[in-house]
Design a protein around this ligand. Structure first.
Ligand SMILES: Nc1ncnc2c1ncn2[C@@H]1O[C@H](COP(=O)(O)OP(=O)(O)O)[C@@H](O)[C@H]1O
Ligand SMILES: [Mg+2]
Length: 237
């Protein structure tokens, strides 16, 4: 596999999906400044499956939020699928995010008062997909995670593993180029986590680019490469 920290020629290459050039993220809360992400270079190729490990507070979520365009870098340049997203206006950024990225969070982030089907339909609704097509595609996405019998259930009526599979179906329903998962199995038991992980690995085998944060070395072992975050710096394990 290529060296993900070598961005020489990376931005010009057609195989590069996400390129961070000196990207950093600092937070300022009152008088306290935190360099959550120290300036780093990273080249993610199409089809890569990367695991990111590291202690709590080391900056893993910050990295994933920047990669997912949920947060902006305070330094450097981020090229996603050929677009410079680091300085893109909010509206445009939201469009690029919706068209390119699927995100799975540790705590699911499902709408509590909506059915599994409605939750999975949401990204299609934002994307302007007509109702009938939304239904079909959301149903297919739920079936692909083994939840065809739970479409009408609300999150509170589902187990943690089932809720995470709904969240994964929601992330996959638009066939994103880049799937980002922030400790997706962190709140699940081994069996439930295994089902989520297997589905993610299946997408990776089919060519989807995946970046996954985990504390579990067995989970990380499923990825093609593991990177280690320490104190805002990304390196080899
Ligand atoms: N919104 C924020 N405002 C201020 N500091 C933050 C914010 N988000 C994260 N941090 C700080 O940045 C550092 C990295 O956080 P985070 O990326 O969540 O780490 P990890 O996911 O590895 O546990 C932590 O020290 C945290 O306190
Ligand atoms: Mg985190």
């Amino acid at each position: 596999m290529h060296d993900p920290f070598d961005i020489t020629d990376c931005a010009a290459g057609a195989e590069a999906l996400a390129v961070l050039e000196g990207v950093g993220r600092s937070y300022r809360s009152g008088a306290v400044a935190v360099d959550a992400l120290k300036p780093l270079d990273l080249c993610v190729h199409r089809g890569d499956f990367l695991a990111v490990m590291g202690p709590s507070g080391s900056g893993k979520s910050t990295l994933l939020h920047v990669l997912g365009c949920l947060d902006r870098p305070t330094a450097g340049r981020y090229l996603l699928n050929g677009h410079d997203v680091s300085r893109m206006p909010d509206r445009e950024l939201a469009e690029v995010r919706n068209a390119t990225i699927g995100f799975v969070f540790q705590r699911f982030h499902l709408l509590a008062d909506e059915s599994a089907l409605r939750n999975v339909e949401l990204p299609l609704l934002y994307g302007g997909v007509p109702r009938a097509e939304r239904r079909v595609r959301a149903s297919e996405a739920l079936a692909s995670v083994g939840l065809e019998d739970r479409v009408a259930h609300r999150p509170g009526e589902l187990s943690g593993g089932e809720q995470q599979r709904v969240a994964l179906a929601r992330a996959l329903v638009k066939r994103p180029r880049l799937l980002l998962a922030d400790e997706p199995t962190g709140n699940l038991d081994t069996a439930a986590g295994g089902r989520v992980l297997e589905r993610i690995a299946e997408e990776s085998r089919r060519g989807m680019t995946v970046i996954l944060i985990t504390h579990d070395p067995e989970v990380a072992a499923r990825a093609g490469r593991t990177l280690m975050m320490r104190d805002g710096t990304l390196g080899h394990p």
